[in-house]
Design a protein around this ligand. Structure first.
Ligand code: AMP
Length: 443
């Protein structure tokens, strides 16, 4: 027996029967992007490793433990030049987008670039339910000189909420916090170090390390004893400057005006280094330990830190796998979108059936046929399985009379239609009340 090769650990196939669910979510998101004025950007799936180290942060788990690097082939390969650069599969979208914003001088072309992306991301994590090594994100970034408005924060947060709802996810929580400016963050981290210094031995070894290098990450730790310590911390917004506090109040007021419900959580800091001011996280308790649906925040210094102009930005990313796990089952179309299943009852009728098939497709009707000349029963079984609303049959009688029998699979009624008047089929199938027409509309 030949060895069967499986997909790499932490990756999964999205089979055709699942793809409709994915398309549903994507389409819902794309519709909202259109309404909100966000345009799609597609960046490479791999970049210089340094880009991620400098943006996501050298001390982040992603850069420390989860980067998937590319190895160039040996000498003489066409990608020989790659040997001198360290390249990694992208673990997230923001870094590439900021790189592209800078590289293409977007600040000179527009005051605010509102971009979205949909695609795979790669992290060498320990796989479990809802945590993969190749997963997919829907994300947005709003970057530019005009990005400094609290109303933009509210728009971006509102957009993430809207995409979840439109995708059929309605059981989720929105947590909100602010980190303030870089200076405020520095004050906050000093404060954290001072209150944690007496509790160091209760922290896990990782967090003792984090205490030195990036103390915020202690607040994110999943370790039980660290969580206990964090729970007891008295956190208020005393580290915030007045301007930062006012900014935060304006974001909240704008969210309130949009009717968006949120919980303030002073412990929410996010694992990535680049955030300033507003941070938010969307979660769904039904998902168990991997309950984060998405997250985002403001990053006012990243563009400059990566060598670009001094412009601010805000964005978020939603995890598609988790959205699909969290979404209400009935919001997904499960069956294939075949409207008409064509059946030739004998091989000799096949050429005519095949012509009818092409005719239907040209008229924008989704149609399929059984390529094996099996009997009526087995073909009807196939038609049923396809979920087709109608079956168009050509048997002996239909062949002689130049007709086709069109069977409505919802109520079993059937009528014979002359092939010369095949337009009639289109009319019947496209009728708004026809069994597949309404579902087809949703696609
Ligand atoms: P992050 O970029 O870490 O803030 O992640 C944003 C969202 O992407 C998370 O809330 C998850 O929904 C999703 N996500 C992140 N990492 C993974 C992963 N390894 N597997 C599946 N989804 C993920």
């Amino acid at each position: 027996m030949e060895k069967i090769i499986s997909s790499p650990r932490g990756t999964s196939d999205i089979l055709p029967e699942e793809v409709l669910g994915w398309q549903f979510v994507e389409k819902a998101a794309r519709r909202q992007f259109l309404y909100y004025g966000y345009r799609e950007i597609r960046t490479p799936l791999f970049e210089e490793t340094e880009l991620f180290a400098r943006s996501v942060g050298q001390t982040s788990d992603i850069v420390q433990k989860q980067m998937l690097n590319l190895a160039a082939q040996g000498a003489g390969s066409d990608a020989d030049d790659m040997k001198n650069s360290l390249l990694s599969l992208r673990p997230e979208g923001t870094a590439s987008i900021v790189r592209s914003y800078i590289q293409n001088n977007l600040d000179k072309k527009e005051r605010l670039s509102k971009w979205f992306y949909i695609g795979p991301m790669f992290r060498g994590e320990r796989p479990q339910k809802g945590r993969l090594r190749q997963f997919h994100q829907i994300g947005v970034e709003a970057i530019g000189p005009d990005s400094g408005s609290p109303y933009l924060d509210a728009e971006v947060i509102g957009l993430s909420v809207c995409i979840l709802r439109e995708s059929g996810v309605d059981d989720f929580n929105l947590k909100l916090n602010t980190l303030g400016t870089l200076e405020d963050k520095e004050n906050f981290s000093k404060y954290l170090r001072s209150v944690l210094s007496s509790r160091l031995d209760a922290l896990c070894p990782d967090c003792r390390n984090r205490y030195e290098r990036n103390v915020f990450r202690v607040l994110d730790c999943k370790n039980k004893s660290c969580k206990e310590v964090v729970k007891d911390l008295q956190l208020d917004y005393s580290y915030l400057s007045e301007t930062s506090r006012n900014y935060y109040e304006s974001v909240k007021a704008a969210l309130d005006s949009l009717g968006i419900v949120y919980q303030e959580d002073p412990r929410l800091v996010r694992g990535l280094d680049y955030y300033t001011h507003t941070v938010f996280e969307l979660s769904c308790s039904r998902l168990g330990s991997q309950d984060a649906l998405g997250a985002g925040g403001r990053y006012n210094h990243l563009v400059k830190e990566l060598g670009g102009p001094d412009v601010g930005a805000i964005g978020f990313a939603l995890g598609m796998e988790r959205m699909l796990l969290a979404k209400a089952e009935d919001a997904t179309l499960k069956s294939s979108p075949v409207q008409v299943y064509v059946v030739a009852l004998d091989e000799k009728f096949f050429p005519r059936a095949f012509q009818l098939l092409q005719f239907l497709r040209k008229k924008e009707i989704s149609a399929d046929i059984n390529f094996s000349s099996s009997g009526l029963k087995s073909q009807m079984r196939q038609a049923n399985k396809s979920g087709a609303g109608f079956v168009a049959m050509i048997g002996e009688e239909e062949f002689i009379q130049g007709k086709v029998t069109l069977k409505n699979m919802a109520d079993g009624s059937q009528e014979q239609i002359l092939l010369d008047e095949a337009e009639k089929i289109i009319k019947i199938v496209k009728e708004p009340e026809s069994p597949r027409a309404r579902e087809f509309e949703k696609l």
